[in-house]
Ligand binder design. Structure first.
Ligand SMILES: [Cu+2]
Length: 503
């Protein structure tokens, strides 16, 4: 592969001082440079090639040129295998097998092996789920969780799933996308009799496919209550190139009216949105190390809405949908991927741009939740619904005008001033390791179907994810600005926050 203007890229990197160091390390030093990314300015050769790639593809250096796993970069030739990091491998060695699948805030379903069959127990049941701190919703899921726990197997496995129905009504479970014997398809009444309350049904089949699948109730109205879970099948022959991270996010929405905790399964509308059963800012950030290859699988199990999911600061390759992995020649570079109801998409990228990056559905009304503080009893002075219900004859006075001057602005509520973020709310948001060191105002910008991708240099990743160090709000972000940005023009977030800060 001949490079048209390799020197342009080279000069550009070198010009950028601290960036250059990490782009200019040799393959053997790839891991070492990760430790010091951005903190070293010695000049070294341009190309960063992991030894495994050099070994397998001894002639790729020219193609690789122009792309760095440590600096936002494209590569020079769109037809190159390494354009936008397309086939740049992660640090994980192929012999280590696939990276563990991680669905934040959703457990993995344990299994036992009986005579060569992987046996799982799934329990459809009503569950209580805390969408946001203090906002407990009564929804339906599996084994105490919504989404249900992840089933994770390998292509070629035989699975037995023992389903015991703890719902108050009949159900059946569908294994979405599997080419299985029809009697185990779970299509309610078409292929099997319903599983009555308290009864057990056993599904058993061979898994010859690989990819991103899921299971769900096949009773439509139960679907609106949220009954879905991942069914991840790792390929027998590991995907190439290997990834270091494999995340899964399930997007859902519900219609839960003001002062209610139960979803309206008849509604054509929606007001609550969740990613893996939580709403922003309670969604858990995806934290990765600078330079890693990352896979994210997204899936939409919303009853009626599609989601254009947008990642900031990176360009990713769409590598598969719910059907199967896409041949490499047909991978598409994007920064926004539209997933329709019951579809899944997988994409991969090199995390070469440090920072806290928005990762969210781009539908404006999916970037917020309920917004109903001004509706019903909550417009009244005091917000205790119990008191209101228990004393209908002497209900609290209606609060005709909110005190916050923002409510007087035409176009209310653009500033989302109805959102209540109490001190306890914020304490819970910030109590999570994954949130540490983000800007003090970070939570204010995350609502509904919004989460964060945090790309951290190895030392900062270590501080956030592997130590119990107390990290001041904004400290990690400030450090990233210091190393990779323009600190002279950076203004830290005000502390304390206006609403519900904590110390
Ligand atoms: Cu959306």
């Amino acid at each position: 592969m001949t490079q048209s203007h390799p020197d342009n890229g080279r000069r550009d990197f070198i010009k950028r001082g601290a960036f250059a160091a990490v782009a200019l390390s040799t393959g053997a030093a790839a891991h070492a440079s990760q430790e010091t990314s951005g903190a070293n300015d010695s000049a070294q050769p341009l190309i960063t090639l992991p030894p495994s790639v050099e070994h397998r593809h001894p002639h790729v250096k020219a193609e690789y040129e122009g792309f760095s796993r440590y600096v936002p970069s494209r590569g020079n030739n769109p037809d190159s295998d390494y354009y936008i990091g397309k086939l740049v491998p992660g640090f994980r060695k192929p012999e280590e097998g696939p990276a563990p699948f991680v669905a934040p805030d959703v457990p993995t379903l344990p299994h036992t092996v009986k005579e060569g069959v992987k046996e799982f127990h799934l329990v459809p049941q009503a569950v209580e789920r805390e969408f946001l701190p203090g906002y407990f919703m009564n929804v339906w899921g599996f084994n105490g969780s919504i989404p249900g726990p992840t089933i994770e197997v390998t292509q070629g496995d035989r699975v037995r799933i023992i389903v015991t129905n703890e719902l108050p009504e009949e159900t059946s479970l569908h294994w979405h996308g599997f080419e299985l014997p029809v009697q185990y398809d779970g299509s309610h009444t078409l292929t099997q009799n319903p599983i009555m309350p308290g009864k057990t049904f056993v599904y058993e089949f061979d898994v010859h496919e690989e990819g991103t699948f899921f299971y769900h109730t096949h009773v439509a109205m139960q679907e609106t209550h949220g009954m879905v879970g991942w069914f991840i099948v790792h390929p027998r022959q590991p995907f190439d190139p290997p990834v270091d991270r494999d995340f899964g996010l399930i997007f859902q929405h519900f219609a839960i009216l003001p002062n209610q905790t139960v979803n309206d399964s008849w509604s054509m509308d929606w007001n609550w949105h969740t990613i893996n059963g939580r709403s922003g800012p309670f969604t858990t950030p995806l934290v990765v190390k600078h330079g890693e290859r990352v896979r994210i699988r997204i899936m939409d199990f919303s009853p009626v809405q599609h989601h254009p999911v947008h990642l900031h600061g990176h360009t990713f390759w769409v590598t598969g949908h719910e059907g199967a992995r896409i041949p490499k020649s047909a991978w598409i570079p994007r920064n926004t991927e539209l997933i329709a109801v019951a579809q899944a998409s997988s994409f991969e990228f090199i995390a070469n741009n440090p920072g806290d990056w928005m990762f969210h559905c781009h539908m404006t009304h999916h970037m917020m939740n309920h917004m109903v503080k001004h509706v019903g009893p909550r417009i009244r002075q005091g917000e205790n619904v119990e008191e209101y219900i228990n004393n209908l004859d002497n209900r609290p006075a209606v609060q005709m005008q909110h005190q916050d001057p923002g409510f007087a602005v035409p176009g209310y509520p653009q500033g989302m001033k109805g959102m209540s973020m109490s001190e306890e709310f914020m304490r819970r948001i910030w109590s999570r390791r994954e949130f540490m060191g983000m800007r003090a105002t970070a939570a204010m910008s995350l609502m509904g179907l919004m989460t964060t991708l945090r790309v951290l240099p190895a030392d900062l990743y270590h501080r956030v994810m592997e130590t119990d160090e107390t990290i001041e709000k904004g400290a990690i972000f400030q450090e990233i600005v210091n190393r990779f940005g323009d600190p002279a023009h950076y203004e830290p977030a005000p502390m304390p926050m206006k609403h519900g800060h904590h110390s």
